[in-house]
Every structure is written in structure tokens, then in C-alpha cells.
Design a protein around this ligand. Structure first.
Ligand code: SAM
Length: 219
């Protein structure tokens, strides 16, 4: 090969290397964009993201109806003000332990909601408020609708609170943490929710929660 041919071949290699780098950059950007574009609903519903918590403004409604004796599916941060918490990560499996008194349940996601609803119905505690996805096509929704004294089909979306780990993992920003009722700036949750109530304080539940959507009174 003469010198000119060698130079041309070298130039081609440089061009090809540059093109390869550009393509690599595009692929990495596409991967990052896809990750960022995961909707909050997808994140909340994926089994790997159970660490999304009930916001305090929602809990303040719960506390107007009952003093919570037990949060059966909790974590080290114990966000729900309750007399007792079962912390799954501390080997306190809420699905195996007994449930007594007034229960507030926002169960783990990722296809496990039905198991937690079955446990609640089996334990049949004195009083309960259950916050789950309003999946009206599921067996668990209909079981709960039959079990509860009344329930709220909530208008608008609840802005669940991600754990620090979730925030980091999914690049979630604080604009997610917008007060309930205000229009979300970005990342609005696409999950509709239902709140079930069973117990002696159904009238109080309807009074407090009724202003947030449609109440169905089963009594
Ligand atoms: C959707 S979060 C709700 C947390 C909190 N109860 C609230 O309302 O903010 C569900 C929680 O259940 C916990 N968990 C998962 N499996 C559990 C188990 N078997 N027993 C107790 N807690 C569990 C998770 O760590 C997670 O913090």
C-alpha cells in the first residue's frame, strides 16, 4: 500500500471512530431519556418502588376520623402517626402478624395489593382506612367495595412522597411534592385512588373525605 492509500485509510478510521462516538452518545442519551420519561404511575406500580409514602395532608384527614393503632406496612421512617408499626424491613411481616384496633393501610404496590386486602378482610379489625389504586376492574377492588361501609372515589390525584432513595434513583425533583388540590407543575401522578372505610365512624369519614370526590355509602 502506498503512502497516500495509508493516509486515506487512517483518515477513514478517524471518521469512523468519530461516528462511533456520536452514535454511542446518542444511545446513552436515549437510554437516559427513557429512564426520565417513566411516568410516576409506572414508578409507583413497579414492584421495585414500594417506598412511596402517603402525604401528610392526606394523613391529616385520616387523623380527623380515627387515631391509628397500626400501620401494618411500614418502614424505618414510620411516616404514619400510629401506636404501632410493622416494619417489613425489620422482619416484622405485616402479612403474618395480627391486626387489631384502627388500621391505616397504604399497601405495597407491584401486584401485591390483593394479598394485603385479603389479609385486612381476614383480620377484620375494629376500624380501617385503606388507600389503594382505584382499579375498578380488579377482584380486590370489588372485595373491598363489598367489605367497606363506605368509600371515596377521589377526584384529582394524590402526590405520593418518594423516599430519598427513590428520588435519587429516578431523578425525581421536589416539584412532585405539591400540595394535594393544587395543579401539579410536572410529573402529575396518573393513578386514580380509592379510600375505603370500615367501622363505627362512617359518618365522620363521609364528612371529612366527602369533599374530595364521590362517596359511596354501603350501609
Ligand atoms: C406504599 S408504602 C406505604 C408506607 C406507609 N405505610 C405510608 O402510608 O406512607 C408500603 C410500605 O410497606 C412496606 N412493606 C413491604 N412489605 C412489607 C411487609 N411484608 N410487612 C410490613 N411492611 C412491608 C414497604 O417497605 C413500604 O414502606
Amino acid at each position: 500500500m502506498n503512502t497516500q492509500a495509508v493516509r486515506k485509510a487512517e483518515e477513514r478510521i478517524v471518521v469512523l471512530n468519530a461516528a462511533a462516538q456520536t452514535i454511542k452518545g446518542i444511545v446513552v442519551k436515549m437510554q437516559n431519556d427513557t429512564k426520565k420519561k417513566k411516568s410516576k404511575a409506572q414508578l409507583i406500580l413497579s414492584s421495585e418502588s414500594n417506598e412511596w409514602y402517603t402525604p401528610p395532608n392526606f394523613m391529616s384527614l385520616v387523623y380527623q376520623v380515627m387515631v391509628v393503632d397500626l400501620d401494618p406496612c411500614s418502614n424505618a421512617a414510620r411516616q404514619v402517626v400510629a401506636r404501632k408499626h410493622y416494619v417489613g424491613a425489620n422482619n416484622q411481616d405485616g402479612l403474618l402478624l395480627p391486626w387489631n384496633g384502627s388500621i391505616f393501610m397504604n399497601p405495597p404496590y407491584g401486584g401485591k395489593t390483593g394479598i394485603w386486602c385479603d389479609k385486612l378482610i381476614k383480620e377484620d379489625p375494629e376500624e380501617s382506612i385503606v388507600l389503594i389504586k382505584a382499579a375498578t376492574d380488579t377482584g380486590y377492588f370489588h372485595k373491598m367495595a363489598g367489605y367497606a361501609d363506605c368509600y371515596l372515589l377521589r377526584k384529582g390525584r394524590i402526590q405520593f412522597i418518594p423516599s430519598e432513595e427513590q428520588k435519587e434513583k429516578w431523578s425525581v425533583t421536589d416539584d412532585l411534592l405539591i400540595d394535594q388540590g393544587k395543579k401539579p407543575k410536572t410529573h402529575g401522578s396518573t393513578i386514580a385512588n380509592v379510600v375505603f372505610y370500615k367501622g363505627e365512624n362512617a359518618d365522620q369519614f363521609i364528612k371529612v373525605f366527602g369533599q374530595y370526590g364521590l362517596v359511596v355509602d354501603n350501609r
